[in-house]
Design a protein. Sequence first.
Length: 171
Amino acid sequence: MPGLTPAWGAVLAEAASVCLESQGHPVQVELRVDGFFEETFALERLEVSRQMALSHRDEDEATELGACGIAILAVRSLMELVVLHRSRKGTGYDYWLGPEGDPLLQYGERLEVSGIRKGSEVAVKVRIAEKMKQIQRFRNVSPGWVGIVEFGHPLLHLTKVSRPSLRIMKP
């Protein structure tokens, strides 16, 4: 991934592994993807060491980082998009995605990710609505995606956010 160092990728993988283990999942577990795509992936997490668990004790941060790791890998498999760069705070999204050979960032799409350690279907739907509202404030920038990862089942819900169409109004 041009926009992620191997070290940052390892942090995301560790966080996802800690979250999956905390929900009692074995090393290999199925990840169901729904929303824009309907897919099932075999997800293989790392063995969680004591040091890894201690490094990711902040559950909220681990959940967000782990969700980013899972969403990024799924997007790469589903759409052949990679992370071109990580976003700044206040932009409405977490990552800028694009084809691997796009150095000018001309064909990018946004990705906003959120994680839920253990939640119901209703909790996932509520989070989707929150994140859609957040990313749609910046709709004129480019198309985008909202990815919600729920670790209890495990599930990734991916929703497409389109660029608004041009509308001509009568005076």
